[in-house]
Unconditional design. Structure first.
Ligand SMILES: CCCCCCCC(=O)SCCNC(=O)CCNC(=O)[C@H](O)C(C)(C)COP(=O)(O)OP(=O)(O)OC[C@H]1O[C@@H](n2cnc3c(N)ncnc32)[C@H](O)[C@@H]1OP(=O)(O)O
Length: 187
């Protein structure tokens, strides 16, 4: 099947929108685990999403240097957020390839620019570059990924029902707050 240019969903958040946490317990973006990556993302122009991740002592592999697996995790999160928010289609990572081009020290921040590259049926291609310490800093890590669109049953069949309910409740609450209806439940 031919790869087609990605079609951004008409209701995708607009450029400049800060993307919140998609799940509190997510290791990539959630705030429930102190050692998590606490990645923050924002929609950019032209099918891009900008994310930032500051490396702490909890993310070390060699002394004073980020663990490559956790850097890959940051790219999985940044690319997943790009696919999920721009296409508004549930998808999971099928393949993730990373090039580690420079060491990333503890205390440094990776500025990840991720983009949609194309789709082919259920397959969604995306890639990203991680710039060291500035949005235009040297590229320390690059990644390419294949996401595969899935039905919601992927999560209900394989995931944790209690955690899914917590997520659905949080999303419903956020929707009520956005629509100014929160007083109905919590006056
Ligand atoms: C906002 C949210 C941010 C979240 C960020 C984090 C995202 C994640 O980390 S998700 C978690 C990690 N990923 C997973 O757990 C996925 C586990 N894998 C699976 O569930 C399945 O293998 C799944 C769904 C990817 C594919 O299975 P299935 O639905 O049966 O589809 P399948 O027919 O095998 O594959 C579909 C197509 O993708 C291709 N494909 C699937 N995996 C790969 C792969 N690794 N390499 C190359 N191609 C692949 C297949 O060849 C097929 O291509 P075609 O349509 O041309 O024949």
């Amino acid at each position: 099947m031919d790869v087609e240019p990605p079609a951004v969903h008409p209701k995708a958040p607009t450029p400049g929108t800060e993307l919140g946490i998609h799940f509190d317990e997510c290791f990539g973006c959630g705030d429930e685990f102190e050692a998590g990556l606490h990645l923050r993302s924002r929609i950019g122009e032209a099918q891009t999403v900008y994310s930032e991740f500051t490396v702490t002592a909890a993310h070390q592999g060699a002394p004073g240097l980020a663990h490559g697996g956790l850097l890959a995790c940051a790219f999985d999160e940044a690319l997943g957020s790009t696919v999920g928010n721009l296409l508004r289609r549930p998808a999971v990572t099928g393949k993730l390839e990373t090039d580690f081009r420079r060491p990333v020290p503890v205390g440094s921040t990776l500025y990840i620019e991720a983009r949609l590259d194309g789709t082919a049926g259920r397959k969604i291609y995306a890639s990203a570059d991680g710039h060291l310490d500035a949005p235009d800093g040297p590229i320390a890590v690059s990644a390419r990924a294949l996401f595969v669109a899935v039905g919601f049953e992927h999560f209900t069949t394989h995931g944790d029902p209690a955690a899914l309910k917590k997520l659905a409740d949080a999303q419903e609450k956020a929707k009520r707050v956005r629509e100014g209806r929160d007083w109905e439940i919590n006056p």
